[in-house]
Design a protein. Structure first.
Length: 253
């Protein structure tokens, strides 16, 4: 049985009197990718922030390697958890190569070369450009390269493919899957349900801050709960080699 690397139990969180996460429990296990899906306002990003310790839960607990998350010194916690945020703006206007070196420095003796890292993420032509000059997709790729450079054992990504084109999004999801194949525990917030179907091992469907269901992609994507939560009647097209493609149909009434 795969080892649980990061676990949240009974997590609750409110802001300004509004409950954002209600009693959610989930676990990230080594060797698997957990996709977190749901409509806007479902609590997905808040859950990620709770799991990485950016927010403190009002109730419940998060454990990292079976140890309470906040018992870990901040530096050790940062070394174990790679976080790809939904929004990122560095304090300094780093060049791309400088940002990558920060990631490689965290990797220590295990670090690959900057040239290899840049090539793997398609960043060679923009290495000397500053963050302020980059497009949304270029920023997303540069940040992913810096965060993933140390090969952290736990990775949480909040909509990392949002600014990427179709090919780049698939490549990033494949890279997260490769990390999981190497033993990492990965969770990713995904809006594209077809990316989730293709690259995730399990899906957590959220609505209104609650966990509606967590199961295999096939179970979640075939469930009528998916249609209800997204308020649409999905068209499900079976693929010849297995799996399916989803297309939004008419609004559910």
């Amino acid at each position: 049985m795969a080892e649980v690397a990061l676990e949240g139990r009974g997590l609750q969180f409110s802001a300004s009197g509004s409950p954002l996460v209600h009693g959610v429990s989930t676990a990230l296990v080594g060797g698997a990718v957990l996709g977190i899906i749901g409509p806007n306002g479902a609590g997905k990003s808040t859950l990620v922030k709770l799991l990485i310790g950016q927010l403190t839960p009002d109730a419940g607990e998060v454990t990292l390697m079976a140890r309470p998350l906040f018992d870990w010194p901040r530096r050790e916690r940062a070394a174990l958890i790679g976080h790809l945020p939904q929004h990122f703006e560095p304090h300094w206007d780093y060049r791309v190569d400088e940002l990558l070196r920060l990631g490689l420095d965290r990797a220590g003796p295990r670090a690959s070369s900057l040239a290899d890292l840049a090539a793997n993420f398609g960043l060679v032509p923009i290495l000397k450009r500053h963050w302020s000059t980059l497009s949304g997709g270029e920023r997303a790729r540069a940040l992913a390269a810096a965060v993933l450079a140390p090969d952290p054992p736990v990775v949480l990504a909040d909509e990392p493919a949002a600014a990427l084109d179709v090919g780049q999004a698939a490549a990033l999801m494949a890279r997260l899957g490769k990390l999981a194949d190497g033993g990492a525990a990965v969770a990713v917030v995904v809006h594209d349900l077809n990316l989730a179907a293709r690259w995730c091992d399990r899906l957590l469907l959220m609505e209104g801050g609650r966990a509606v269901m967590e199961a295999s992609p096939a179970e979640v994507l075939e469930s009528p709960e998916l249609d209800r939560v997204f308020a649409t009647r999905f068209q499900r097209v079976a693929l010849p080699g297995g799996g399916m493609v989803l297309a939004p149909g008419e609004a559910a009434g």
